[in-house]
Design a protein around this ligand. Structure first.
Ligand code: FE
Ligand code: FE
Ligand code: ZN
Length: 278
């Protein structure tokens, strides 16, 4: 199977434009923000636009795309109105996701802002229990986080604790962000096998649906969350060659969230494809 790789793409011009832009970059998957990453309302979906995209994707034989919830969505804020926005935006985004059935919707679990990890986990699971429903074809992905501030999802155990509280947990998977797990203290440079074994033991590799592929400006366990271009950070090129070829990861969609412009992503995608062993 050939490598599924892409970057974040602007959703401003709609679905078909995103698909075409992805092809231009040499991508076979991509991520996009379901609305302004800083929040706000989402653009209306145009049925013909979605259908144009789906036809293009079918024609190319490409698989799943990985939508990203806005950063401002905090399921476990200490403020009721912020939690209400999170619930409304999340529910609305899931409705929108069903225009492109069977794809992924990734979100940052949230920051507990001093309420404590346990309460944060409870509130995140509560949002999921309110928003997930039986007919949903989208898989929601919890992103592994760097542990900056009071972020939940800094450890595999925290993600497991969320999953354990979700009734329709078969609709929930995990997106592994390489910068975040590294910053969170998981040594994917010297012990990738060990980290993935731990993931399997605590969460289960069956839950792992996508990879955010980012180098990190900072060291192991730094909890900083500053992305670097592939090979230009502290994770380094050799580790990424092992990551993209690892049997537990190689068939997943790889999404670049590196500080780049279109030319930079085109180059990065090509470079990673060359290092991928077919
Ligand atoms: Fe993210
Ligand atoms: Fe990420
Ligand atoms: Zn990040």
């Amino acid at each position: 199977m050939s490598m599924k790789i892409g970057s974040h793409i602007s959703s401003a011009k709609g679905y078909e434009a995103m698909g075409k832009q992805a092809l231009k970059l040499g991508a076979s998957t991509f991520a996009f923000f379901t609305r302004n990453p800083r929040g706000g309302s989402a653009k209306a979906i145009v049925q013909e636009d979605v259908e144009g995209f789906l036809a293009l994707w079918r024609e190319k034989g490409y698989g799943k795309i990985v939508a990203h919830a806005p950063y401002t969505l905090n399921a476990c804020s200490d403020k009721a109105e912020v939690r209400r926005f999170a619930r409304e935006a999340f529910a609305e985004d899931l409705k929108r996701m069903e225009y492109t059935p069977g794809n992924y919707y990734n979100f940052h679990p949230g920051s507990h802002v001093g309420q404590g990890t346990e309460e944060g986990i409870r509130l995140i699971a509560e949002l999921l229990n309110e928003c997930l429903y039986d007919e949903l074809t989208t898989t929601v992905l919890l992103e592994t986080m760097a542990g900056k501030g009071s972020e939940i999802g800094r450890s595999f155990e925290e993600l497991r604790a969320i999953l354990d509280k979700v009734v329709l947990s078969e609709k929930v998977g995990v997106c592994l962000d390489t910068c975040h797990v590294w910053d969170g203290g998981y040594d994917i440079v010297n012990d990738l096998d060990g980290v993935l074994e731990k993931f399997d033991r605590i969460i289960g590799l069956g839950r792992l649906k996508a990879v955010h592929i980012n180098d990190s400006m900072n060291g192991l366990g730094s909890h900083k969350d500053r992305h670097a271009r592939i090979g230009e950070g502290q994770i380094g090129w050799e580790a990424f060659v092992r990551i993209i070829n690892h049997p537990a990861l190689r068939d997943l969609p790889f999404i670049l969230e590196t500080p780049n412009d279109d030319a930079g992503w085109t180059k990065e995608i090509a470079m990673l494809r060359r290092a991928y062993r077919d």
